[in-house]
Design a protein around this ligand. Structure first.
Ligand code: SAH
Length: 499
């Protein structure tokens, strides 16, 4: 079975529910170069994912080769997804593919997708049909096949078309097709818009007219993929659309949290319009001494307080408890303290409610909140292999009996991600998020002086102080020491004019 699936124009959220279902069950995925690679992570981990070449690869597979690959895989009894940018039937060579499948007697299904023209209209806020200005829409190729000598586009008909024209693959040929339309009587002043990489975080839109589109593309060196919308309705588009008006649109932000924890921050930044690059600065792994954890778990029920200074600590300790055959009852009546809301949330996922979260999310405040009744009480601190000693010291000073157990290992990442290093060197990074002192130090080792060329967003005064030790001044610091607070700080410093 072969599924021809439309992947949409770029934003992974624009694939259909049916498309995702097909991807999940595929044994083989043949993916076009226009498809967002993020979608490929929806395929089963054991699926064979083949990325077909595009403009940037060394060679492009021929249509025959792609057909042969599809047929061969399907004949082996495999479920094949042929994932195509936009909609499979819109300038997607789908006829060649379905003909080959029919000839080979292979069953197929086509799952439509959001085609570039419709996505461009939505993301640039152009009403492509309109009661007064446009009663029809034409999807037009700017690239006629060289072997198609007879059926050239009828530019006379297109010039008189009572609606919006949308050109695909028309970047390199814009001078020709625009001149052809003008020669057949279409007004050179007709509004036009070039929409490049629509729905991607780096979407570009350029306003022009039918008469200037060729020059504008040449002067601004516009590269594919782009569609060009031509028609009176283009004049109705607002200066900024809902998409480009998002507070972090166009912002390139590097997220440096450990891989397991990065998604939440990355996702929220993307929602606000940012282009997110991932560069984990530290790695989280099980502790060197698991036995110490097991021993601590034996005694935890005798403690008065169990104190967590990170969500990682919660997960590692409680997962260990479970994997050793125990369960939450082992905790008994011990009270739970969490350094901040993220840590409290992690506890909540195990249906545990933190008895204490300090008003200010830092070790000093946690120590202060606990110190009052600490004398003579037993505290177990679940901590990282490296971390601050403040909490243990202050609790001990308040007369508490303090035991610390390392529940996870945190180590620096020492090799930069090539894509991030490249973007940084090219000056294509606006912000780097710095969400802990450990991350601050690891970043200095990873990127050194290059960090001076970007804005650093710090989670808290402690993190900022660590940055300053290396002579780096954060451009923004969270008021609330949480991920939400960090995002707010970036947004505020990014949009001073709007406040
Ligand atoms: N099947 C695809 C079109 C493939 S032809 C669809 O339905 O969208 C390739 C052309 O599609 C590109 O040259 C460009 O004109 C257009 N295109 C594809 N993705 C695009 C995007 N994200 N933004 C603008 N144009 C895009």
């Amino acid at each position: 079975m072969v599924y021809l699936v439309g992947a949409g124009p770029g934003d992974p959220g624009l694939i259909t529910v049916r498309g995702v279902a097909c991807l999940r069950r595929a044994d083989v995925v043949l993916s076009d170069y226009l498809v967002n690679p993020e979608l490929l992570t929806l395929a089963h981990p054991d699926a064979e994912v083949i990325a077909l070449g595009g403009h940037r690869s060394r060679r492009m597979e021929t249509q025959e080769e792609i057909n042969a690959q599809m047929v061969a895989a399907a004949r082996q009894g495999k479920t094949v997804v042929r994932l195509k940018g936009g909609d499979p039937h819109v300038f997607g060579h789908s006829a060649e593919e379905t003909t080959a499948l029919e000839a080979a007697g292979i069953a197929y299904e086509t799952v439509p997708g959001v085609t570039a023209a419709l996505a461009a209209a939505a993301y640039a806020a152009i009403p492509i049909t309109h009661g007064r200005h446009s009663s029809a829409v034409a999807l037009v190729t700017g690239q006629e096949r060289s072997d198609k000598t007879e059926s050239r586009l009828d530019y006379g008909a297109l010039a008189e078309f009572p609606g919006t024209l949308i050109f695909y693959m028309g970047v390199t040929s814009a001078t020709e097709w625009s001149a052809a339309l003008i020669r057949r009587g279409k007004r050179p002043e007709t509004p036009a818009m070039i929409v490049r990489r629509c729905s991607w975080a780096d979407q570009e839109t350029i306003r022009c007219t039918l008469g200037t589109v060729g020059d504008v593309i040449a002067r601004r060196r516009v590269r594919p993929p782009a569609v060009v919308l031509v028609g009176e309705v283009v004049g109705l588009a607002p200066e900024t659309s809902w998409f480009t008006a998002r507070p972090l649109f166009g912002c390139r932000i590097v997220v440096t949290r450990p891989r397991e924890q990065a998604n939440d921050l990355a996702e929220r930044l993307r929602e606000l319009g940012a282009l997110v690059l991932m560069q984990p600065a530290i790695e989280i792994s099980p502790p060197c001494d698991e036995q110490a954890v097991d021993e601590a778990l034996e005694r935890v029920g005798d403690c008065d307080w169990l104190v967590f200074s990170s969500a990682n600590g919660v997960r590692h300790l409680l997962d260990r408890l479970w994997s050793r055959g125990g369960d939450l009852r082992r905790l008994g009546a011990v009270k739970l303290a969490a350094i901040g809301p993220g840590t409290a949330d992690a506890l909540a996922r195990y249906h545990l409610r933190a008895d204490l979260v300090p008003d200010e999310f830092r070790a000093e405040s946690l120590a202060e909140s606990l110190a009052g009744g600490a004398a003579g009480r037993r505290f177990l601190l679940a901590r990282a292999s490296r971390g601050r000693e403040v909490l243990a010291e202050q609790l001990a000073a308040a007369g508490a009996r303090v035991e610390q157990v390392v529940v996870y290992q945190s180590s620096d990442v020492v090799t930069p991600d090539p894509a991030v290093a490249e973007a940084l060197a090219a000056g294509q990074v606006d912000w780097i998020t710095v969400t802990s002192s450990a991350i601050a130090r690891a970043l200095v080792n990873l990127f050194g002086d290059q960090l001076r060329r970007v804005k650093l967003a710090s989670l808290s005064p402690i993190t900022s102080a660590t940055l300053r030790e290396s002579g780096l001044e954060p451009a923004a610091e969270a008021t609330q020491y949480t991920i939400a607070g960090l995002i707010e700080a970036i947004v505020e410093s990014q949009t001073p004019a709007r406040r």
